[in-house]
Structures are given as C-alpha cells and as structure tokens.
Design a protein around this ligand. Structure first.
Ligand SMILES: [Zn+2]
Ligand SMILES: [Zn+2]
Length: 300
C-alpha cells in the first residue's frame, strides 16, 4: 500500500515537473496579467526608480555592491523554483487530510467554509495566514543551526537594495514551500490565489530591502518597512536578539505581538551582516555549496 502510494506520488511529482516546465515556457512567451515573471520585472523597475529618485543612503551607488549577484539570484530563485510543487503538495495534503477527517467521521469544515466566503476575504485570509506561517519559518531559519548556515546567504548582504530581497539559498524555498503549502492546501487555497498574494508580497519585500525611507506613521505596527528590516540585517545586535529580531516578511505586527521587534533608531547606516561574514563566500556557487559543507568545515 505504502509502495503504491509512493509510486503514485512520484508519478504525480514527475508529471507536475513537466506541467511546470510548460507553464514556465508559457510565462516567458505569453505575457499576460497573471504572469508573475512580468510582474517581477515591473515591480523591480518601479522600486529601482524609487531608489534612484529618493535614495535613503545618498552616498550609496545606484548599482551598489553585489547588485548583479542579487539580480541573478532574483531570477534564479523566483523563476526556477518558487511555485514548483504548489498544486501537487496542496492537492495531496488536502486529499490526505480529507481522507483522515472522513475516517474520523468528519468533514474538512474549514475548507468548505472558506470557499463559501467572498473572494476578497479569502485573499485577505490567505495573505494573513501565509505571512504568519512565514514569520515562524523565518524564526526557524535563525534558530536552527543547520538552517542558519543556508539562511546566511540572505544575511551576507553588505549594502541594502531592493534586489537583496531575493538573495537566498534555494534550500529556503524548499523549507518555506513545504511548510506553507501543506496547511494552505488543506485550507483549499488555489494556485491562482497564491500567485496573486505572492505578487503583492514581492512588492512589499522589495520595498523593505530598498534604499528608501518609508515613514508609515502608526501603520508601522502593521506593515514591515525598510527602517525595520535593516535591523534584521544588522551586525552586532544586543544579547537578547542574538538569534535575530524583526522576522516579519510583509507584516510587522507578528514581531510586535511576540516581542521580537527591535528598532532603537532609524539605522540608515548600520553595519550589516553576521559574525564571520569576512570568510563567507562572495560568489554564487560558493554561497550555494557553503551550507552543505557543514558548520565546522565551512568555518575552517
Ligand atoms: Zn533572516
Ligand atoms: Zn532581508
């Protein structure tokens, strides 16, 4: 039974890879409103213009240190891996969960109630729920010594700019997606809804990393912003934040609720990185293999 299940899952996984390759090809060749690649290009151009018109650090170069490295990461991470597996993981999780509930004589009431809600409410719930899950996953990336070695890629940014948002190791995609697709699938959110929310989160994430100042007034307690996220990247935080602060992705409220918010001042010129950054690989390939070498080897 287990072997049969594994074979069926493997076949579905392979089929999905083919379907995904076809989907990516269509994304490239047929620009349309739901096409996230063109949204990524448009959002990047918009935030890049903001950085040029209203730079926060005026002496930072437009094409800052590692701009092209981050540019490469941006398309590598987003285009190749980001949405892979959503349909499969989400539908399998929902099917297994529904079977499990049926065995207990229950229905997947949550999912049934959710699809009955107006679309805008469904999207809002998806945005909130996804961001909350991601906040926990981000904490995990800092707490786990194993995952931190991969997350260091994102924290190796020395000069902040919008493209730094998507400098991260592809292992992160696997961790984030596995842990978020399962509950989102169980709840019954569709790939199309996911893409819509994902595009909004790209805009917010780009802004958080951009070389701009975004004074949000009281909304800073809800939305993440560059003055908050720069502290997440800051080197030499006080002892109570040795494992990180300001973990929020789109929303800042989770950090205020769980007391992990730390913004002692604006932090425009903070020194960024982590202890030992000098020895961290500077190029893409070195950064990608670093986490696999193991902590001891990598630190030698
Ligand atoms: Zn982090
Ligand atoms: Zn960041």
């Amino acid at each position: 039974m287990l072997i049969l299940l594994a074979t069926v899952s493997l076949k579905a996984l392979i089929d999905e890879q083919y379907a995904y390759a076809e989907y990516l090809w269509n994304e490239l060749t047929q620009p349309h409103f739901h096409n996230y690649l063109y949204w990524l290009i448009g959002i990047s151009a918009f935030v890049f213009c903001l950085e040029m018109i209203l730079p926060w650090r005026k002496n930072q170069k437009t094409f800052r240190k590692d701009f092209w490295l981050d540019f490469f990461y941006m398309f590598f991470n987003i285009f190749i891996f980001q949405l892979i597996g959503y349909k499969l993981v989400a539908s399998l999780s929902q099917a297994y969960f529904n079977d499990f509930m049926a065995m207990a004589g229950l229905e997947n009431l949550l999912s049934n109630r959710l699809v009955a809600l107006p679309v805008i409410v469904q999207l809002l719930l998806l945005f909130l729920f996804r961001d909350f899950i991601q906040w926990w996953i981000h904490r995990l990336l800092h707490k786990s010594d194993f995952l931190w070695e991969f997350h260091k890629v994102h924290h190796s940014v020395k000069e902040m700019g919008f493209a730094a948002h998507l400098r991260f190791h592809w292992m992160e995609t696997i961790v984030y997606n596995t842990l978020q697709f399962i509950p989102l699938g169980i709840l019954g959110f569709t790939l199309e809804q996911y893409i819509g929310i994902y595009i909004i989160s790209i805009l917010i994430g780009h802004l958080n990393h951009a070389n701009i100042r975004l004074p949000l007034g009281p909304f800073k307690y809800v939305l993440n912003n560059p003055q908050m996220h720069i502290w997440h990247h800051t080197k030499g935080l006080p002892n109570q934040f040795q494992k990180g602060c300001n973990f929020g992705l789109s929303l800042s409220c989770w950090d205020y609720i769980f007391k992990t918010a730390y913004i002692p001042e604006e932090g425009r010129d903070n020194k960024l990185g982590f202890k030992g950054l000098e020895d961290f690989p500077k190029a893409f390939f070195g950064q990608i293999v670093y986490g696999f070498l193991g902590k001891k080897k990598a630190d030698q």
